[in-house]
Design a protein around this ligand. Structure first.
Ligand code: F6R
Length: 359
């Protein structure tokens, strides 16, 4: 039930610290070693390429997963829209392994790809929140997100659970392959920092509501920008905001704006910039200058290590590869508060259903 919450979306955003702790307990032992079915770890370890297929928010979680898998396992990883791959099957490497990310486990677009994978004898894993769901039953292996039922149409806690679970699997596979960085990666501490960090962010939600009211509610459009993992988060943040608030929003690789889209920036256009990538933090600051000088209202969401005077939302420090677990949360809250303050039905945006069982 919603309990004292007006909408499930906020309840589910608030549940994310508990989800991080549960995944840590369920999939890491006391010493921090991954507890993942050995058959799954073996199967992924033998792959020469990982292919992640998903739709919508789950696809965006896959974009983050790609960065983590490549970093920790050294296995090249591709991410595709299931809806595209189903009818334009990508060229395969010799030993592919497929991962399906799907909260519901019922997404028709993903099922088309899995059916084809099964025809070709390609081993597969479904990461899903729903035990016994169709994609879980039809794939070779399943890992459960254990995020608890997600009722709001807009996905929140399933996204962070998917990012965390991909990190756990990546660490398990990296360790199996003898990767020192994977062995040294203190993921147990990372997930604990994620739980604490998310809690800190949701505790500061009033400030985020003020930003949503001031900058987003009056606007017809908005942009999210970021580089690296922040680019992936920018795409998810844009989907969430447009989905529940009906504000037309695009997520962009920060430097790409100047290659065309910057012509859309006018006086007062909200541009929300994410900065968590140590390699490109300064470059993104430059991109912020470019849009600010054209009149944009810039909101910054910045990891503590990179924070400067005047930043709007400062995130607790966390490993870059886990940064999506924190940076996405203020964007979920911005979407929630924009929708709520426009008087919309946050949990049931128009034209949408929770699971999309048609192609
Ligand atoms: C967005 C959203 C959708 C789903 C997409 C995939 O908030 O919820 O974009 O992420 O329809 O659904 P699943 O993960 O159930 O396959």
């Amino acid at each position: 039930s919603k309990g004292t919450y007006e909408f499930y979306m906020l309840k589910e955003i608030d549940e994310q610290p508990a989800v991080m702790r549960r995944l840590s307990t369920d999939y890491l032992d006391k010493a921090g070693k991954p507890v993942v079915d050995e058959k799954i770890v073996d199967a992924v370890s033998q792959a020469d390429r990982i292919y992640i297929f998903a739709a919508g928010t789950s696809y965006h979680a896959g974009l983050v997963g790609k960065e983590i898998f490549e970093k920790l396992t050294g296995i090249p990883t591709e991410v595709g829209y299931a809806s595209e791959a189903g009818y334009h099957f990508p060229m395969m490497s010799k030993h592919p392994f497929f991962i399906f990310l799907t909260q519901s486990g019922e997404t028709a677009d993903s099922r088309v790809v899995l059916t084809e994978a099964n025809k070709r004898g390609i081993p597969s894993l479904t990461m899903t929140n729903v035990e016994g769901s169709t994609l879980s039953r039809e794939a070779t292996y399943t890992m459960l997100l254990n995020a608890g039922p997600e009722i709001a149409v807009a996905s929140t806690k399933a996204y962070t659970a998917q990012v965390a679970l991909q990190a756990i699997l990546a660490k398990a596979v990296g360790e199996k392959l003898g990767d020192q960085a994977a062995k040294d990666w203190n993921l147990k501490q990372g997930l604990s920092l994620a739980a604490e960090g998310i809690q800190e962010i949701v505790d500061g939600k009033d400030k985020i509501e003020e930003l949503a009211k001031k900058y987003l509610v009056p606007s017809r459009n908005a942009f999210y920008i970021g580089r690296g993992i922040d680019h992936a988060v920018a795409m998810e943040a844009a989907l969430k905001l447009k989905e529940v608030s009906y504000i037309q929003t695009e997520g962009f690789a920060a430097a790409e704006l100047k290659h065309g889209t910057i012509s859309l920036i006018e006086d007062g256009t909200p541009v929300i910039a994410l900065i968590d990538d140590p390699v490109t933090a300064d470059l993104t600051r430059g991109n912020i200058q470019e849009v600010a000088s054209r009149g944009a209202n810039v909101i910054t969401i910045v990891g503590k290590q990179f924070a400067k005077e005047g930043d709007n939302i400062v995130l607790p420090e966390i490993d870059y590869y886990l940064s999506a677990l924190l940076s996405v949360v203020p964007t979920q809250l911005l979407a929630y508060f924009a929708s709520k303050n426009k008087g919309l039905d946050v949990d049931k945006p128009r034209n949408l259903a929770k699971s999309v069982t048609v192609e």
